[in-house]
Design a protein around this ligand. Sequence first.
Ligand code: PEP
Length: 253
Amino acid sequence: MRRRLVAGNWKMNKNYREAMDLFEKLNEASAAMPAEVDVMIAPPALYLTGFAKTSTRKIEVGAQDVSHREEEEGAFTGEVSAAILKSAGVRYAIVGHSERRQYHGENDELIGKKIQACVKAELTPVYCCGESLEERESDRHFEVVRKQVSTALSGFSAEELSALIIAYEPVWAIGTGKTASAEQAQEMHADIRANVKELFGAEFAEKVRILYGGSCKPGNAAEIFGKPDVDGGLIGGAALKAEDFTAIIGAGF
Ligand code: PEP
């Protein structure tokens, strides 16, 4: 059985005082979070070390991005390597978020390098994929997501990707208040699973966790997470309020 994971992507939000306040509330709430659910928060990079040191065991910490460079250290101003993140107690790194693709020109070849850097440093990559509104409306969503996944994951063995987490995030649903229906999420998750089965085999496909992301809220999380191929969520806006994030973690329990 795959364990559910609920991850909160804080993006570029929360000044220091606000971040500490939210973190403290989540730590306090963590004792009552269901044992069956893994929880991760990805705050702005500046807060990672402090959070990793002081979070309860329930809440793990992830980076919102990681350098694509394989070097553990070197003259690469502004970059943070997977090895440095790992050494500071960070457990996960989100890679290929649609905002990185949109505002920083990231493509699946580069994202594949980020996954490689994570694999080398034993950091768990959370690989984001998903189609635009135009791609969905022209009925190309399965084809687009299949291409993203097979490009970013090309050249890896199933063993190297044993920790991989995939997040399906339809771009038209991110931060828009428009959620994919539970049925739309399920059919895409099933297709991603079928795709990785072709690439890495049945055992890998059965084990890999696929999260849904895109305007997930306390009111719709239980229905979406209840679908057989949905293994939790990557949460943006609703991760910024302790009550909402906690309700999503407990959805359906
Ligand atoms: C995200 O950016 O990963 C996301 C899912 O955002 P939101 O929940 O705000 O749509």
